[in-house]
Design a protein around this ligand. Structure first.
Ligand SMILES: [Zn+2]
Length: 286
């Protein structure tokens, strides 16, 4: 089965980063997302030369469309706690370096949580954190839209616009749009007229061309619930129509769309979900 080159999912790196590419290729996914190390740890073991070489060879074999890395969960670029902030900075730098070593072009990260300090202070802290790391030359950091749980930043398009406008290295920043998170944050794309409003709003505030990737998740909770719980596309509150509009929306005809939904070791849920997305493509589009 040859799926649309944009479609893929988050793939495990349990046998090294290169094994994620092998898995994706076996599944027929031309795009994928992976962690650069164990996502629940501050530090990871050094990458092995064998894994790096294998990764770079596979990544350039002509099969893959786009490969993205996702930041580990502990990193909080907005933290008001000195110790956490320092650990976040070190971990962030380490992961950016790993992207560079593996020639991964995109790194997705949540803007973080202000932990009660307030949104304005939190956003300023995020900018400061990004100004304090060395961003590899060919890497773009994708700020992910969030659901607005707790004190999370990034649930308004304006938050991401503020960060991008204020960082020193603007050319290294763009956006990863998570359909579940934005819906939970109150951006309704479940029908055509609201879909158009949301993306025209995004275009005004940040610019559609700044969306370099989608996390194509449905939501287990209703609009504006502020809850980050992913559902299989078409099976949640966002619904099939939204995904049909999205996969056929011309501005995103090259933009990777990655699943972050529950999966078993054999990825059969991902395969079903990607077949579903594939079925939504208009027939005349190859
Ligand atoms: Zn996501």
């Amino acid at each position: 089965m040859d799926y649309d080159k944009r479609f893929g999912s988050h793939i495990s790196i349990k046998n090294g980063l290169s094994s994620a590419l092998e898995t994706a290729e076996k599944l027929g996914f031309h795009s994928l997302q992976l962690f650069t190390k164990n996502a629940t740890r501050w530090t990871g073991k050094d990458p092995e030369k064998k894994d790096i070489d294998r990764f770079i060879t596979l990544a350039s074999n002509g099969f893959f469309h786009i490969i993205l890395a996702h930041a580990s969960y502990l990193i909080n670029p907005a933290s008001a706690n000195k110790d956490i902030l320092e650990k976040s900075l070190n971990s962030l730098q380490d992961e950016l370096n790993r992207c560079s070593i593996y020639h991964i072009p995109f790194y997705v990260i949540h803007p973080g949580s202000h932990m009660g300090e307030g949104e304005e202070k939190g956003l300023e802290k995020v900018v400061e954190t990004f100004n304090n790391v060395r961003i590899p030359q060919d890497l773009t950091i994708l700020l992910e839209t969030t659901a607005g749980q707790g004190t999370n930043l990034g649930y308004r398009f304006e938050h991401l616009a503020f960060i991008i406008k204020n960082v020193e290295k603007q050319e290294h920043f763009a956006v990863c749009y998570d359909t579940c998170h934005t819906f939970a944050a109150g951006y309704d794309i479940s029908n055509k007229s609201d879909f158009e409003k949301v993306f025209s709003n995004f275009d005004k505030i940040i610019g559609l061309s700044m969306i370099k990737a989608f996390h194509i998740n449905d939501s287990k909770y209703p609009l504006n619930s502020k809850k980050d719980r992913h559902e299989n596309p078409g099976k949640g509150y966002i619904g099939k129509d939204a995904f049909k509009l999205l996969v056929n929306f011309q501005p995103f005809s090259e933009t990777p769309m990655l699943l972050e939904t529950e999966k078993s070791e054999d990825y059969h849920e991902d395969i079903e979900n990607i077949k579903f997305l594939q079925s939504l493509l208009k027939k005349n589009k190859k």
